[in-house]
Design a protein around this ligand. Structure first.
Ligand code: NAP
Ligand code: F7E
Length: 332
């Protein structure tokens, strides 16, 4: 019952995580507001996918526009803010370093200033990332104590935001948390990210809509989990008595090649090598080779554990894309 009065503002509501988080918060009785920037044609496809479009209220705001963020916070004075908005594509961040920094770093300064000025009791979640670790690890893993060695303008912008979040906690006593989340995926993952690019490519090849799948480095390793599981950790972080920072991941990692092989297998195509072309356009100026979470703190303190396995994740994504393209080909 206590939750009935809670309100949450989610920035980045139209992305991947926004809809999964909104679904979770709605199930807990929250009133959910989504912040949407001004568009001639906003894309509600991901919210539609989870049947949420009409269950959320919307506020206009842009992470690069300080006054719009002040306005949203002043009007709503929400119980919780989940800052998911970002230019989140690492691969594009070298070409868009200024925009990436404005949205991901300065945007957080604006949002936190807004909370400090107009709603200091609001609890704040910052979408921090395993990319901040970059080349760094502690005995092969990354945890809350592993130093950062960011490798892209995206990662650097997120390190700034991470420390801004902590600084507002330490300077002004605001309830601010960082979730340091490792890669998490789903059928509504953006099409540029490698997992969705693969599941989409497999479905198109299976259905005869494409002949090849063009990829970059197949040897890098990521700790991939399911987005639906990870939003539960975000929620739990804001239900604690004290704000803190937590690493969230599965503790298991795989190469891009393993993802490719499994996706083609679930797509019913045994000979993946015939279809995959290595294309230097998709290689990065500086790569993060290996990420693997040591998420003991979030398990011990918040009782959080991932539920969906790597195999299930790949299968779900491939099946969703096959379904999306309308029919399962009978031609192979
Ligand atoms: P996403 O799909 O890229 O969604 C990001 C959202 O941010 C989009 O809806 C986008 O709006 C919005 N946005 C971009 N620029 C904006 C601006 N100037 N003003 C307002 N909104 C803006 O990202 P995601 O995968 O859901 O990830 C959510 C957050 O977690 C991001 O901050 C990301 O960096 C971080 N993160 C993600 C992962 C992961 O594996 N997914 C892991 C760690 C951290 P439009 O729809 O209008 O473009
Ligand atoms: O790349 C390699 C690529 O773009 C994963 C974001 O959500 O997670 C995401 O960042 C790996 C990299 O995700 C292609 O070089 C090979 O090693 O799917 P990605 P990311 O860079 O790990 C973190 C945690 C975030 O915070 C970010 O916001 O796959 N790779 N070939 C490729 N990657 C892409 N995109 N496309 C390729 O063709």
């Amino acid at each position: 019952m206590a939750n009935m009065a809670k309100t949450a503002l989610i920035t980045g509501i139209l992305g991947q995580d926004g809809p999964y988080l909104a679904k979770l918060l709605l199930s807990k009785g929250y009133k959910v507001y989504g912040m949407v920037r001004r568009y001639s044609n906003p894309n509600f496809e991901n919210l539609e996918y989870l049947d949420l479009t009409n269950k959320i209220d919307y506020m206009e705001g842009d992470m690069t526009d300080e006054s719009s963020l002040y306005n949203v916070i002043r009007v709503l004075r929400p119980t919780e803010v989940y800052n998911l908005a970002a230019q989140s594509f690492v691969g594009g961040s070298w070409e868009m370093a200024k925009l990436t920094t404005e949205v991901n770093s300065l945007g957080v300064v604006f949002l936190l200033n807004g909370i400090k000025l107009f709603s200091p009791r609001t609890k704040f979640y910052q979408a921090s990332t395993s990319e901040m670790f970059g080349l760094s690890n502690t005995n092969g893993y990354q945890d809350e104590k592993t130093p950062f060695h960011p490798r892209s303008p995206y990662a650097i912008s997120k390190v700034h935001a991470y420390w801004t979040t902590i600084n507002f906690r330490e300077s002004f006593g605001l309830f601010t948390t960082n979730g340091i989340l490792f890669n998490h995926e789903s059928p509504i993952r953006g099409i540029q990210f490698v997992t969705r690019k693969i599941s989409d490519g497999v479905a198109k090849i299976k259905l005869g809509l494409e002949k090849k799948l063009y990829l970059g480095n197949l040897e890098t390793m990521r700790d991939w989990g399911f987005a639906g599981d990870y939003v539960e950790a975000m929620y739990l972080m804001l239900q604690q008595e004290k704000p803190d920072d937590y690493v969230v991941g599965t503790g298991e990692n795989h190469t891009v090649k393993e993802f490719v092989k499994l996706a083609f297998r679930y797509g019913g195509i045994p000979d993946w090598e015939k279809y995959v072309v290595i294309d230097p356009r998709f290689k990065r100026p500086a790569e993060v080779y290996e990420l693997k979470a040591k998420a003991d703190k979030v398990t011990k303190a918040l009782g959080w554990k991932p539920k969906v396995s790597f195999d299930e994740l790949v299968k779900t994504m491939v099946e969703a894309d096959l379904k999306r393209y309308g029919r399962v080909s009978k031609s192979r």
